[in-house]
Write a protein that binds this ligand. Structure first.
Ligand SMILES: [Zn+2]
Length: 281
């Protein structure tokens, strides 16, 4: 009996060490040594009006922490634009007729941003997967008009060379956003555009290890993040439930269960660009 107890204790200890080691290793994949940890990136740069420019419904899932805390910590005004309705997406699980998917996903995205406390959100109808083929001048003008109306001091955007996932629509929206900021700076008006651009950055080690070809491309083409902040994991889980047509997206993409991914990946990473120090042109 005593021998059995000793054996059990040894086995349990080995298991605890093994699980702890795997957990520690898993978390290290979502750690960025270059990033300064802060409570809120918007608070850190003193933002009061924040506009995020994205490509698809559910892209806002990468910035839940930033937008939620911009409201709860900093009482900032927040606004979002999503350029497409995501009508070409794969449903995981199937919750609607495919021809209705754009409408369904537009609604999912609007509900999700509301749940994050975002003050306003417009979803446009550029073709999902076809943003780079869309009329550049018109798109720049539309984004510029949002900036003129909303007058953000911080714009949240995709890094044009990597787009967080390597998706061409993301990269194009990042590029268009920069062009729109340059255009607004030329305006003969009091508002000259944002003071900061905050680019969403993906965890490099996890991408390199599990992201396949696209992950390697992103890791190579994005800058090292300057800041990290808590991801508001609860909002991420709520967000995937709201995005019912994409609820199993993380699991389908990265094989691991969603709860485990966010147990390890509980920070968001950003590259903050101060446009006074580092102008676009
Ligand atoms: Zn997307």
């Amino acid at each position: 009996m005593r021998k059995r107890t000793v054996a059990l204790i040894i086995v349990a200890s080995i298991l605890i060490v093994a699980v702890g080691g795997v957990y520690w290793f898993g978390r290290s994949l979502f750690h960025e040594p270059s990033a300064q940890g802060v409570d809120s990136v918007i608070g850190e740069v003193g933002g009061t009006r924040v506009v995020g420019i994205f490509a698809h419904p559910d892209d806002e899932q990468t910035v839940n922490g930033l937008f939620t805390r911009a409201k709860t910590h900093d009482d900032a005004y927040t606004y979002m634009v999503t350029a497409t309705r995501g009508e070409a997406g794969t449903q995981v699980p199937v919750v609607a007729r495919q021809k209705d998917l754009g409408t369904v996903r537009m609604a999912e995205s609007l509900k999700n941003s509301f749940n994050m406390g975002v003050d306003g959100h417009e979803v446009w109808d550029y073709p999902d997967g076809g943003v780079p083929q869309s009329e550049e001048e018109e798109l720049v003008e539309r984004v510029a008009d949002v900036l003129r109306q909303q007058k953000p001091d911080v714009v949240v955007a995709f890094w044009p060379e990597s787009g967080a996932t390597g998706h061409k629509d993301h990269m194009e929206m990042g590029r268009i956003t920069e062009l729109a900021i340059l255009e607004v700076a030329e305006d003969d008006a009091a508002y000259k555009g944002p003071e900061h651009i905050v680019y969403t950055i993906s965890p490099t080690k996890a991408l390199t290890m599990f992201g396949g070809e696209a992950g390697a491309f992103v890791a190579e083409n994005q800058p090292a993040p300057t800041h990290s902040m808590p991801a508001e994991v609860g909002k991420k889980h709520e967000g995937w439930a709201i995005h019912a047509s994409q609820e199993n997206y993380m699991q389908e993409t990265y094989i691991l269960p969603t709860w485990l991914i966010y147990a390890l990946w509980d920070n968001e990473f950003y590259y903050v660009r101060d446009l006074a120090e580092d102008p676009l042109r």
